[in-house]
Each structure stands twice: as C-alpha cells, then as structure tokens.
Design a protein around this ligand. Structure first.
Ligand code: ADP
Length: 246
C-alpha cells in the first residue's frame, strides 16, 4: 500500500522550546492512523505542521509524494489534505443544511459566502444532502446548529470538512468533550468516512483508538516513542510507562 502523507525529520521550535523534534511519520493510504501521547507531547503542533498551519523549523512534509513543505493550508486543502474545522467555524444561527452549503461554497472559492442569495446557495443542495446523509444528520437538516447536541455539531464539523473532498482527513480529538451516548455515533461516522479516504486523528480515548485505528504513533515530549498496531504499542513497556500506565 502506498504512503499518502509523510513527515521526514520534521521539527518545530517555539523560541528555544522544541515542541516537535525530528519526527518521521508515514501514513498509509486508506488507513485510520492515530496520534496519541500525553498532553504537551506535540500532537496538535504536528497536525499544524502537516496541514501547513505551522511552518516547520526543519524537515519536510510530503503529500502523495509531492513536497508540500513550502505550501500554505489552502494549497494543501485543494490538494486533498484537510483538517476538521473547529466548532467555532460552524455558524450557530444557520441550519445544519446551510452550514454544509456554506462549506461547499468555500470549495468553489467564493469569498462572499455571507452575501450570496439562497437561489445561488441552492446549487449546492444535492451535494449538501449527500453529505448530511453520510454523517447521519438528514433528519436534523432544518434545525439550527445552536439547537443540536455537541456530538451532532462534531458530526456537522466533519461534514463541512468533507465538503472540501479531502483524500486525507485530519481529525483533532473528534471524541473530546462528547457525551458518552454520542461516542458510538462519531466512531461509526469515522469508520464510514474512512472507507473512501485516509484518516489521521489525535485521540485520547484509547478504546476508540483500539476499535478504529490501523496504526498508532505515540508522541512523547515532541518525539516519536513508538509506532505500530494498537496492540503493539499497548504492549510496549516504554509507552506503558510514559502514557498508558502500567
Ligand atoms: P499536545 O497537542 O500533544 O497536547 P501541543 O502540540 O499542543 O501538544 O504542544 C506541545 C508543546 O508546545 C506544549 O508544551 C505547548 O505549550 C507548546 N506550544 C504549542 N504551541 C505553542 C506556541 N504557539 N508557542 C509556544 N509554545 C507552544
């Protein structure tokens, strides 16, 4: 299987602090790949480096073999590498359907997304319906975003990211803060979206990692401590000591 996303010897320093140090990461096409590690390990910073929200202090990033180290987030998004938007980028006063429509417009490059009349927005109807269906939100499409649960908002956030048609989807803690009852819904959603694309996710919930992920990379103090299947990293004594707990 081919490598779709790769970090080679990537480092990020904030002042004199090494948040990410000489990280090598190879993500196989079609996999669900987890990044785990204690707080402050550098997972979010590495996400920022992969999606070009951070510039690397050294090292290179490759997407489908192309060196994207010097590219910006918009350029890599157009090449198929997208991270989920934070919930703050969802519009609480819009319906779920209109949130997805607005995200679709973004793909078509409109910089006037607030001003377009509804007849223009309606162009995106079919695609919006498909995305809402994919994330299980069809029955709530007419509801205002502010009225639905946090779990549904996270599902909507994934739908708005899928509007960019990513080949590689990066999810930053998709389960975090979610009511226990909503977790299976998001787990199934991730499994379903991963059928057609590669997923890289930061996740603290290890039972979710175990049930979803083909490969796990453990970051500790900015460095890769271990990599393998969940079982392999769970049985690694250094990982148990640094993160999982003996
Ligand atoms: P994680 O996501 O694993 O919790 P982060 O990537 O958020 O870790 O942070 C790694 C380290 O880098 C932390 O010690 C954090 O305080 C530091 N850090 C992150 N972003 C910045 C920044 N913009 N400026 C200075 N230090 C930062």
């Amino acid at each position: 299987m081919s490598i779709v996303l790769e970090a080679r010897q990537v480092s990020k320093n904030f002042g004199g602090f090494h948040a990410v140090r000489n990280v090598n990461l190879r993500v196989q096409e079609g996999n669900i790949h987890a990044l785990i590690g204690p707080n402050g390990a550098g997972k979010t910073t590495l996400f920022g480096l992969l999606t070009r929200f951070h510039s690397a202090s050294s090292g290179s990033i490759f997407l489908k073999g192309e060196d994207i180290t010097a590219k910006g987030p918009a350029e890599v998004a157009l090449r198929g590498l997208c991270r989920s938007f934070q919930i703050s980028s969802i519009f609480p006063g819009l319906t779920l359907r209109d949130n997805v429509r607005v995200a679709l417009q973004r793909r078509y490059g409109s910089s006037h997304q607030f001003w377009l009349p509804s007849r223009v927005l309606s162009r995106f109807d079919d695609e919006a319906e498909q995305l809402l269906d994919l994330v299980g939100l069809t029955s709530l499409a007419q509801r205002l975003c502010s009225e639905v649960s946090y779990g549904r908002k996270r599902a909507l956030e994934i739908a708005t990211t899928l509007a960019m048609q990513p080949k590689v989807l990066l999810l930053d803690e998709p389960i975090a803060g979610m009511a226990a009852g909503d977790v299976p819904m998001i787990v199934e959603l991730i499994r379903s979206v991963a059928k057609d694309r590669t997923v890289v996710m930061v996740e603290h919930n290890l039972s979710v990692v175990e049930s979803l992920c083909d490969k796990v990379t453990v970051l500790v103090r900015g460095e890769v401590m271990a990599e393998g299947t969940y079982r392999e990293i769970r049985d690694n004594p250094a990982v148990r000591e640094a993160y999982i707990g003996a």
